[in-house]
Design a protein around this ligand. Structure first.
Ligand SMILES: [Zn+2]
Length: 170
């Protein structure tokens, strides 16, 4: 996708194909935060390190790769996560046809940056257009039935709620 930094820029390991399923037709977008310590760095290297840290954590759970398909950093860069040809691992029991977009940071403890929000909107719209996903299928993690999580944190959840009331348009 245009403007997306390839995983070679951050990943120290390749996806493990035997631990992933192929993507089925895409019908959903889910927005997340990482929920780790607050993150304020805007440089490329720090963001790359954070994403690699998350990949390592996910590999440690026995997953084939980082669970999200995209990651958006504090400066508004969009990074490739798990390649789109593979189903993600980001909403328990609801990963089929679900593209996971991570906004880097902990939005129970900080607010997303303006550049991050701008990039999030742009990326969501791009994915909506590419896969013909209606606004009603753009969710946050906690909005999934059965999700036991505060993700994507209070401030990002509030933002998405406001965005939805203004109308999420591709
Ligand atoms: Zn989440």
């Amino acid at each position: 996708m245009p403007g997306v930094l390839g995983r070679a820029k951050w990943s120290k390991g390749q996806p493990v194909v035997s631990l992933m399923n192929p993507m089925v037709p895409v019908r959903w977008i889910t927005i997340h935060h990482d929920g780790m310590t607050p993150f304020v760095a805007t440089d490329e290297r720090s963001s790359a390190g954070r994403i690699e840290l998350i990949r390592n954590g996910h590999r440690g759970k026995g997953w084939g790769d980082i669970g999200y398909h995209f990651a958006i950093d504090r400066a508004g860069r969009v990074w490739e996560g798990r390649p789109l040809k593979w189903q993600g691992a980001h909403v328990k029991d609801h990963n089929e046809g679900n593209i996971g977009i991570l906004v880097i940071g902990n939005f129970d403890e900080q607010s997303p940056s303006a550049m991050q929000l701008k990039a999030l909107e742009k990326q969501v719209k791009m994915v909506m257009l590419k896969y013909k996903i209606p606004a009603s299928r753009v969710k946050t993690h906690r909005e999934w039935a059965g999700a036991k999580t505060a993700c994507p944190g209070k401030s990002l959840q509030n933002y998405v709620t406001g965005w939805r009331s203004r109308g999420i348009k591709a």
